[in-house]
Design a binder for this molecule. Structure first.
Ligand code: AHR
Length: 656
């Protein structure tokens, strides 16, 4: 037996005889803070191919031939293919002209390899669409194929359709493809066919027909479902550093991400080159998943949208000179962007930006309530830029709550400088980021117990346990996140939102880990951290209940045997969340105070999340190794004596 498990067994055996239960006093008569609906949410950024190649269901890479290094990046052209740049969409001007290859037995056409291949499922429908014209008039025929380029058998073809393009005007055409086999790395192949009459093609697109909610410019259903199942109360978008840009030209410009999808200009993705040891020279933002799609998804998930906008500072990690940033007296257009975004979300359908929203299919407002200005900013240059934004937004939209930043670190000089600045400026929430190691998470159970109850509230806007030497997803990291989150919950009057980050990662295309949800072209996996987030959301409750051991909150403090705990009330139910971070089982006595004379409480269920495989996680091949399970929990009265397993996150459900 391994020494670690021998120790567990030994401590388990001696527990019954010697250990006194840890008395948890839960006071029903003194319900505390209301738990905000926004408490547990999601953070989305197009990192790790989270949008293009990920949640955004477009399967064609470089569909508009706009990639700057070469308009044919992602494509293999054969025969006579010419790139032209006077197309029908002014902000995406490139297109291709396909002509007769000049010999009966030669072929003209194009292959597209998608993002790490094109994943297709047998029997599913895929909508191929293209803007096209026959420049000389008349008709031209295309053969559109999904193929297996590595097939060793008789044919590479998985399915094929013919499509006739007619006339010299640009029009959109579509045809549905239904592959006969499942393949993670198919290619889309287009042949010029028939009489091989010259044809022009632009915005060549392939989507599964079955997208999330059936939207045409839609999202990958399995990935959106993984978000829906989290019941996120708030949805932060679009990041992250991507908000800021490596330079101002490449910052996320929300106005480029709305309107007809064919005319959204391409942007460089800063995660293309951030780490040269995981380098992706073909990583761009198509903006196909833009601000409209974000608001729409927020609505469908039941989340409050929380857009984060540039404050006029380019990424401060990447720029040492003030010349990289917008001077304070030139912030006008940036402030206007923020005001216009509020109008885009909430304005009447006949207002300038409300009209854009309405034309995209959503005349009703999106009821935006929050906006963040700046991502991970620091130094005096941040508050001096934030202030004019706050003044302008307050004047025009006093109903909108504003989120400011406390910088990239969870403590230290910048953090200590920025928090008072955020109070002075009077933001409503302060965004805190912490990607921290085990010992940090173990030491921060009481972090918010002593925060001032006056002034701005906290948005824990990016966090994850990043173990030194184990910077990848694993169960133990998720356990410590669960432990830390008891402190968020207990302080729901101070912490109003919390979002783990980042959200998504493509198994072949990641730049940053750990992440909440992994995927490849066909599969998805919910990590142990995902399950922790999900449990907090599913057992969120509506009011905090005081929970104390020997008069103190249970925060993993010295003498508390590695225990962290919080309790909430949800109607006639009490949820007691306890995390045992120690390697020994712990006896607990859950004691309810304040039960009415005629009231009796009853154990109504228990969720257990534990594993002895501390440094592993769910994988694409084994996605359900680390999942919470229901466990026995019985008893009646006001006291429940239980034994909590080592290294375990458990939720005790008590009915009153
Ligand atoms: O979540 C990944 C990155 O971490 C974000 O883009 C940034 O805000 C933080 O540094």
């Amino acid at each position: 037996m391994k020494p670690f498990f021998a120790a567990l067994l030994a401590s388990a055996l001696c527990l019954g005889a010697a250990a006194q239960p840890h008395p948890f006093d839960i006071d029903l008569s003194k319900p505390g803070a209301a738990i905000p609906a926004t408490m547990y949410g999601i953070f989305f950024e197009d990192i790790n191919y989270g949008a293009d190649g990920g949640l955004y269901a477009e399967l064609v890479k470089n569909r508009s031939f706009e990639f700057p290094a070469s308009p044919l990046t992602g494509w293999t052209a054969f025969g006579k293919v010419e790139v032209r740049d006077d197309g029908p969409f002014d902000r995406c001007p490139h297109y291709v002209r396909l002509s007769d290859p000049g010999h009966r037995d030669k072929m003209t056409g194009l292959d597209n390899g998608g993002y790490f291949g094109i994943g297709v499922q047998a029997g599913e429908e895929y909508r191929f669409s293209v803007w096209a014209r026959v420049p000389g008039g008349g008709e031209s025929v295309l053969r559109v194929t999904l193929a297996d380029p590595s097939a060793a058998g008789e044919t590479q073809r998985l399915c094929e359709q013919r499509l006739t393009v007619a006339g010299a005007e640009w029009k959109q055409y579509e045809v549905v493809l239904k592959p006969t086999a499942t393949l993670p790395k198919a290619v889309l192949r287009i042949f010029l066919a028939g009489r091989r009459t010259t044809v022009d093609l632009e915005h060549v697109s392939l989507f599964p027909v079955d997208t999330w909610m059936g939207h045409r410019n839609g999202l990958r259903k399995d990935l959106a479902q993984a978000l829906f199942d989290l019941h996120p109360g708030v949805f932060r978008f679009p990041g992250g550093c991507i908000v800021e840009g490596t330079d101002l030209d490449t910052r996320y410009n929300w106005k480029d991400s709305v309107g007809p999808v064919e005319n959204r200009p391409l942007n460089q993705n800063r995660w293309q080159y951030t780490f040269d040891y995981r380098f992706f020279p073909d990583y761009y933002q198509s903006y196909g998943l833009g601000f409209f799609e974000f608001f729409q998804l927020s609505e469908e998930l039941g989340s409050e949208p929380l857009p984060i906008l540039s404050c006029g500072l380019a990424c401060q990690f990447q720029n040492d000179s003030m010349d990289a940033h917008v001077p304070v007296d030139e912030l006008g257009p940036y402030i206007q962007d923020a005001l216009d975004l509020i109008e885009f979300a909430n304005g009447p359908a006949d207002s300038r930006w409300g009209k854009v929203r309405a034309e995209m299919g959503h005349p009703a407002p999106f009821h935006l309530k929050y906006i963040g200005i700046g991502n991970e900013q620091w130094g005096p240059e941040y508050p001096e830029r934030l202030e004019p934004f706050v003044k302008a937004i307050r004047a025009a939209h006093p109903e909108i709550e504003i989120v400011g930043s406390s910088g990239p670190n969870s403590e230290g000089e910048q953090f200590d400088f920025l928090w008072p600045e955020m109070r002075r400026i009077g933001v409503d929430l302060v965004d805190e980021h912490f990607y921290r190691p085990y010992d940090w998470f173990l030491s921060q159970g009481a972090r918010y117990d002593s925060y001032s109850r006056k002034g701005p509230k906290v948005f824990a806007g990016e966090y994850a346990c990043h173990a030194r030497g184990r910077k990848y997803n694993h169960f133990y990291a998720s356990l410590l996140e669960a432990a830390f989150m008891t402190g968020l919950e207990r302080n729901a009057d101070v912490v109003r939102m919390a979002t783990y980050a980042p959200l998504f990662a493509h198994a072949e295309g990641w730049q940053w880990r750990p992440d909440l949800i992994w995927f490849d072209n066909l599969r998805t996996v919910r990590t142990a951290s995902w399950h922790v987030q999900q449990l907090y959301s599913a057992y969120k409750g509506s009011r905090v209940l005081p929970l104390k051991m020997a008069g103190k909150p249970v925060t993993g403090a010295e003498g508390q045997d590695g225990l962290f705990a919080s309790a909430v009330r949800d109607g006639d139910r009490v949820y007691v969340k306890v995390v045992n971070t120690s390697e020994a089982p712990q006896a607990l006595s859950l004691q309810l105070k304040g039960l009415g004379r005629k009231q009796t409480a009853r154990a109504a269920g228990r969720v257990v999340f534990t594993s002895d495989r501390l440094y592993e996680d769910n994988t694409l091949d084994a996605p359900e190794t680390f999942v919470p399970r229901q466990a026995a929990f019985t008893g009646e009265g006001s006291r429940f004596d239980v034994t909590l397993e080592p290294l375990c996150f458990s939720i005790y459900v008590i009915e009153i």
